[in-house]
Design a protein around this ligand. Structure first.
Ligand SMILES: C[S@@+](CC[C@H](N)C(=O)[O-])C[C@H]1O[C@@H](n2cnc3c(N)ncnc32)[C@H](O)[C@@H]1O
Length: 218
């Protein structure tokens, strides 16, 4: 079964799907293009896509940063939530993924001045946009080993009242377990790091993947 909110309750998942129809034709097309082009089927779940859009809109976000573009699925949903002089800076390791994402952003109606993709390891490229900050929202969805490092960058480049969202922070059900798995340990370290930063107030939205949501309070 596809990962989704309510995966332990198929009836609720069906209800949610029917009521909110979180994946429209454009998002479906982006997901299908990714699969056709041999990209991994690892975009955010459609409910999380809706969460991103609604959170961005509720927070009045204009400038957002995303780490992990893939085919642009979550990027499009963030862009849909932006207001005013909107801009998404998104970072992707793979040129192949970035190329498809460019097509998908165009398909979704976004122009070059609204979305910019940086290709290469995000940690090496993030400083290219520091002069464009401070940012309103930073979404972390790649390279679990560096989640804490992305947060450190975010802290320096986020406005007070802005937020950092990090996906997969339930570590596929393993987040509370004693483990030697490096990816799970990196996610445990991330949650611990943000929870103990008094400049942020953090919660974890209990989606099936876990979405850690940290608002900068000072
Ligand atoms: C989970 S996918 C992102 C999904 C995307 N946010 C969405 O929901 O549509 C992770 C992406 O991050 C990219 N990636 C992996 N390591 C990276 C790194 N160090 N810097 C930037 N991107 C990276 C992968 O190539 C992959 O496309």
């Amino acid at each position: 079964m596809e990962k989704e909110l309510g995966q332990n309750s198929p009836d609720i998942a069906k209800y949610f799907d029917k009521l909110l129809q979180p994946e429209d034709e454009i998002l479906r097309s982006i997901r299908e293009r990714a699969i056709e082009n041999g990209l991994p089927d690892i975009q955010v779940a459609r409910y999380d896509a809706r969460h991103l859009e609604v959170i961005a809109r509720a927070m009045g976000v204009s400038k957002a940063v995303e780490i992990g573009t893939l085919s642009g699925y979550s990027g499009v949903t963030i862009l849909r939530g932006l207001i005013g002089d909107k801009k998404l800076y998104t970072f992707e390791l793979s040129e192949k993924h970035a190329e498809l994402a460019r097509e998908c952003f165009t398909l979704a109606g976004y122009k070059n001045n609204e979305v910019e993709i940086f290709v290469g390891p995000a940690l090496e490229n993030l400083d290219k946009i520091t002069t464009k900050g401070p940012f309103d929202l930073i979404f972390i969805d790649a390279d679990k080993a560096n989640y804490v490092n992305y947060f450190k960058w975010a802290k320096k480049n986020l406005k007070v009242g802005g937020a950092v969202l990090a996906d997969n922070t339930f570590a596929w059900g393993n987040i509370s377990k004693d483990t030697s798995d490096e990816t799970v340990m990196a996610l445990q370290a991330y949650n611990m790091f943000v929870a103990s930063d008094s400049d942020f107030r953090t919660t974890i939205i209990p989606t099936s993947e876990g979405l850690t949501f940290s608002v900068r309070v000072k």
